[in-house]
Design a protein around this ligand. Structure first.
Ligand code: ZN
Length: 569
């Protein structure tokens, strides 16, 4: 079947060449020939792998089959040197950037969580009290929440209301007069909602029920096919089972890195294979399924049903589906990116991708599909692992950061000058600074300077300094991250490999502007796109404008990226 796909792609390219040549000869106009190729494009499949640092595709290549990652890297135009240009490399920030082609300074998603200054409390990125999740069951059980960002949400409602820039899906909706079908699916709500944009529909995995859910922003009631899929209770079928290695342990590069003391044990999930998911009444059953290759497999199965029942790619109007696979990121957080668990989840994802491409080829045709592949951020190795290899790193204590800043405030006569700290932003108490009749900028700079001296912090950037042009590339990344009403007053950047997050269940993090967090793969694969490996520096903001150009559309309104020229050669 794999060979057949290659042959069809190759033969399609040859026939395409003939069409281009003939039309050019007849019409004497290359743009007409180009238009013919666009008519054949019926489906845009945007795949995002949560937390897939770009080098992991190389590190585990020996374990890959031919039809997954290799199909992408060998048949597509593969960018090996793509880096995010903003500082806070988190899930919503990366996804929103891929969808809109612009920076958090424009799309407003400055972090998974930010401080709502008016309300005086934290806000979760896509929370929306006006659009509750539609229940899938009469007596819905409640799972335990371990996602630290989700825990901050003030409501169960979800929508793209606070995504401030149009997306590629929004562009398709406008260009084709609402006739293009647009969907976003993911293991995580924020990854589905951001990619579906304002005009599309989103579904995501519920760690309460193991169902795929949506909110009233998208539907009044669930479509029949979703009810049927959820009634199969596929996730529940994994109760009492375990995540086991796909292959013989000796075949893994990281076979010796299964049990490391700093890996996290999620209440019985363990640090070594096999990892038991727990019984049906275990509140962490569906969370553990998401921290394994099974979550990705269920996501694909749901997408197959969606493609079939919504008849995606079956007419001349191109449809759009974003699939964001969440397993790699979840596994990274608990076991680290240099664990046996990481190697296995990526190898098993390779088989899931092979299954996906095979399904697309049968149902729509890969020769009619534009595949766009990337990741929302990379991942840092854990400080203990790097220390063991000779590189000094440690875990920062958020309380010490706050007390250091408050000590500076006390020198100015202010008690508790910090209003709130949630990484990466420190928010100052404006009222206290104003009441003390102090120069706000002076206080801000003094605190930033004190924090920069703190062991493990590379740079603390006062927001008031962002207006001044400076050559430090870290500052330009903080500037790209700065949204005028949502960002805090001081942005804190840790030293490489230092861990800066809540003291919670997770062992490893991303979210820094360092290269291991900004480095993601970018691949475009489709009927008119040549196999090519490109090593020049490119950026994920280029993805949305390039998709738009391939479809003959104007880029999303706020897009700042450039066209990836190799895709058009
Ligand atoms: Zn992520």
């Amino acid at each position: 079947m794999r060979v057949k796909v290659y042959q069809r792609l190759v033969s399609y390219r040859i026939s395409l060449l003939l069409i281009v040549t003939l039309t050019t000869l007849i019409a004497g106009n290359f743009s007409i020939a180009k238009a013919e190729t666009k008519q054949d494009l019926r489906f845009v499949l945007q795949i995002t792998i949560d937390g897939l640092r770009a080098d992991l595709i190389n590190r585990y290549a020996n374990g890959f089959s031919k039809g997954g990652f290799r199909l992408l890297t060998e048949k597509g135009t593969y960018y090996t040197n793509a880096h995010y240009q903003f500082a806070n490399t988190e899930t919503i920030v990366g996804h929103a950037t891929l969808a809109t082609g612009t920076f958090p300074s424009q799309h407003g998603m400055v972090g998974n969580v930010w401080f709502d200054r008016d309300a005086g409390e934290l806000a979760y990125n896509i929370e929306d009290p006006d659009h509750p999740i539609i229940p899938t069951r009469k007596n819905e059980s409640k799972g335990a929440q371990v996602d630290p960002a989700q825990k901050k949400s003030r409501t169960q409602g979800r929508s793209p209301a606070v995504l401030l820039a149009p997306t590629i899906g929004d562009g398709l909706a406008a260009y084709f007069g609402g006739r293009s079908k647009i969907f976003g699916v993911s293991g995580k709500d924020r990854s589905a909602v951001s990619m579906a944009g304002h005009a599309g529909k989103a579904f995501w995995f519920s760690t309460n029920t193991g169902d795929f859910v949506t909110s009233t922003y998208y539907y009044d009631t669930y479509p029949d096919w979703v009810v049927k899929w959820n009634d199969l209770r596929q996730a529940e079928g994994y109760a009492g089972k375990s995540w086991a290695l796909l292959n013989d342990p000796s075949t893994y590069l990281l076979a010796d890195q299964d049990d490391r003391p700093y890996e996290a044990d999620l209440k019985g999930y363990g640090r070594v294979f096999p990892h038991p998911f727990g019984q049906a009444d275990d509140k962490l059953l569906y969370t553990r399924i998401l921290i394994s290759p099974i979550g990705d497999q269920l996501t694909l199965d749901f997408c197959k049903s969606l493609i079939t029942h919504e008849q995606l790619g079956q007419d001349e109007i191109p449809d759009y589906l974003s699939i964001s696979f969440s397993g790699v990121d979840a596994v990274n957080h608990f076991f680290g990116p240099s664990s046996l668990e990481n190697e296995d989840v990526v190898v098993q994802l390779d088989r899931t991708l092979e299954d996906l491409f095979s399904f697309i080829d049968k149902s729509i045709g890969l020769m009619r599909t534009l595949v766009v592949f990337s990741a929302d951020h990379g991942m840092a190795d854990m400080p203990e692992y790097m220390t063991g290899l000779g590189y000094k790193a440690d875990r920062l204590d958020p309380d010490q950061i706050v007390s250091t800043a408050n000590r500076v405030g006390q020198k100015y006569g202010i008690d508790e000058v910090v209003r709130f700290f949630y990484r990466p932003y420190l928010y100052l108490n404006d009222e206290k600074i104003a009441a003390a009749k102090l120069d706000r900028i002076e206080v801000e700079h003094a605190i930033a300077d004190a924090l920069t001296d703190f062991d493990g912090i590379a740079l603390a950037v006062a927001s008031s300094r962002l207006t001044v042009q400076q050559s430090n590339p870290l500052i330009s990344k903080v500037r790209n991250n700065h949204h005028v009403s949502r960002s805090g007053d001081i942005y804190i950047i840790q030293e490489p490999y230092w861990f800066l997050f809540d003291k919670g269940p997770v062992a490893a993090m991303h979210g820094s502007p360092w290269r291991y967090d900004t480095h993601v793969p970018v691949v475009f694969m489709g009927p008119t796109i040549k196999p090519n490996t490109v090593y020049r520096l490119v950026h994920p903001v280029d993805v949305a404008p390039t998709i738009a150009a391939l479809l003959g559309m104007t880029p999303p309104g706020s897009a700042q990226g450039s066209l990836l020229e190799e895709v058009f050669q």
